[in-house]
Design a binder for this molecule. Sequence first.
Ligand SMILES: [Zn+2]
Length: 165
Amino acid sequence: MDFPQRFLDKTGFSNIQPAFIFNYAMFSRILMGDLLALKEDIRTVEIMLRRTAHYLYPASSRMSNIYGEEFAFSIHANTVTLWTHNGQILIAEVALASDLKERENQIKYLLAKTEDFTNGFVLCANCDKKIKYHENMKHRYCAGLYCGTCWENSIKEKAEKENYN
Ligand SMILES: [Zn+2]
């Protein structure tokens, strides 16, 4: 089977970005296993899909919550980080415990944060208070969203300093 020519540019690559999405049940299950091996397996699929789609970069792996909303995630050592699907806003981050009972609860926490986001809430990246996403969109620094208090007390100044440099 040949790859449809109409999707290829002059360099022979397509602009079709391949992605693969773990649903919440599978996402929970795979995080219960060996994380190093999982990372390698994800990398393998990323490369396989990239080749299939003639895409220049590896495919992106995402997870979807019970509402079907997708989130980007990364695994570094035992730390799992979730962002909005475009990677712009941090949703949650946990260092997974080796104790499997504890890990199960941590995974539930991650899923709960994605559900909160779909319902319009995120955690302030400084004080962990649950805040409304849309109301605090303007309190953004790096990938974090901040509550009004944290923003006024410290983050705003940091963000402004960086903008002037
Ligand atoms: Zn705060």
